[in-house]
Design a protein around this ligand. Structure first.
Ligand code: NAD
Length: 368
């Protein structure tokens, strides 16, 4: 497929290629849809095997951000960027400042943030050149580490799932099999423990296993290869994507799958397969949107309480999606996409009639 065919098929508005040979910058920004507001999504730095692979990744990730922002009720569109390079060797102040100048030329249509291999220090260099960036350091009015907020959103999704299955939102007395106790998984396990759940966990990082054992001694460790076979009420994937796949789906013993990981379903049909097995799937890209919600309020002045209030809404939205899934006999993953698409379509209709562009709500923060 040609680049234009790909872009048209996936519905992107704009794809921009930036290069600056003086600092070896090669970046692609993909703006998928700005119906709801300016496109927000992180920049990822990766040593892609080819430019085609980088383009494929940025197109896929930016479309995902459109759906995530839409279903989360944010006034934001979807975008993402990739910098092609080795994060260990190719990072420099010059590269990030050059990248920041390029982003500034997009005039606020795309707002960036951290993603894989991009740190708060890198963001600081970008921020010198453009105000269209979030995830900046707390001392500059930013929102700091997103993991506790992401975990709070996952916890709200988990409460909604408990309500749906057992008629009681509390996970007290339930057994949760947690795959991955990194930044988000560890924060989630603290919330689960506080609320009386029993935790069985796995990880491959000795450091993160030791941290769990120190902070939550009652949590039981199992080998990574055994986590799918654990007798539990809730299976919570908080490590990598695609953990629900052809090999694992029949091993899962829980009534609920609810975790932080992105793209938990290896293939779309695994949503239907979970439904057939009477396992409730909490929509991954909604319940892990706490981090996105948290950075989205940086422009209006971030506060912890404002962020938590917003993230609490994940409980009701998750229940709404379960209802839509039941009403329209759709697997939860398809119901989530449908809800996102309906919101975008309804605003698109209004914008072509009366309201005009909502992007004025994000004038950009002055960093001058
Ligand atoms: P992290 O790297 O801090 O934690 C991941 C943990 O999983 C690590 O402890 C790692 O050792 C462990 N792990 C990796 N492979 C494993 C395996 N095969 N078996 C068991 N454990 C394994 O990452 P994170 O920031 O906690 O993110 C976790 C997931 O949530 C990722 O999929 C991420 O994309 C998603 N997510 C994170 C955020 C955020 O705010 N950090 C927001 C949205 C989505």
């Amino acid at each position: 497929m040609s680049i234009y065919e790909k872009v048209i098929t996936m519905g992107h508005e704009q794809v921009v290629f930036f290069s600056d040979p003086t600092c070896n910058l090669k970046a692609i920004v993909a703006i998928h849809d700005t119906t709801l507001g300016p496109a927000l999504g992180g920049t990822r730095m990766w040593q892609y095997a080819s430019e085609e692979e980088a383009l494929r990744d940025v197109l896929r990730l930016s479309k995902g951000m459109t759906y995530k922002a839409a279903v989360s009720g944010l006034h934001l569109g979807g975008g993402k960027a990739v910098i092609i390079g080795d994060p260990k060797k190719d990072k420099s102040e010059a590269l990030f400042r050059s990248y920041g100048r390029f982003l500034e030329s997009l005039n606020g249509r795309y707002i960036t943030a951290e993603d894989v291999n991009i740190t708060v220090d890198d963001i600081e260099h970008i921020y010198v050149e453009t105000s269209n960036v979030v995830g900046v350091a707390k001392i500059r009015g930013g929102s700091g580490n997103p993991a506790p907020y992401t975990a709070l959103g996952v916890f709200r999704g988990l409460e909604a799932s408990c309500t749906q299955v057992w008629g009681d939102r509390s996970p007290s007395g339930k057994t949760v099999a947690l795959q991955g106790v990194g930044s988000v998984g560890f924060e989630l396990s603290k919330l689960l423990h506080e609320h009386g759940a029993k935790i069985i966990f796995t990880d491959i990082s000795e450091k993160n296993i030791a941290r769990m054992k120190e902070h939550i001694p009652s949590a039981e460790f199992v080998d990574p290869s055994k986590i799918y076979d654990v007798e539990c009420d809730i299976f919570s994937p908080c490590a990598l994507g695609a953990s629900i796949n052809d090999d694992t789906i029949d091993r899962i013993k829980s009534k609920i799958v609810c975790g932080a990981a992105n793209n938990q379903l290896d293939k779309d049909y695994h949503g239907e397969e979970l439904k057939k097995r009477n396992i409730l799937y909490a929509p991954d890209y909604l319940i892990n949107a706490g981090g996105l919600m948290n950075v989205s309020i940086e422009f209006e002045g971030w506060s912890d309480s404002k962020s938590r209030r917003m993230i609490d809404s994940i409980y009701n939205t998750t229940l709404d999606i379960f209802k839509l899934s039941n009403d329209e006999a759709l697997p939860v993953n398809e119901a989530t996409d449908r809800m996102a698409e309906r919101r975008i379509a309804s605003i698109k209709e209004i914008k072509t009639t009366t309201l005009g562009n909502v992007a004025h709500r994000f004038p950009g923060r002055s960093n001058k």
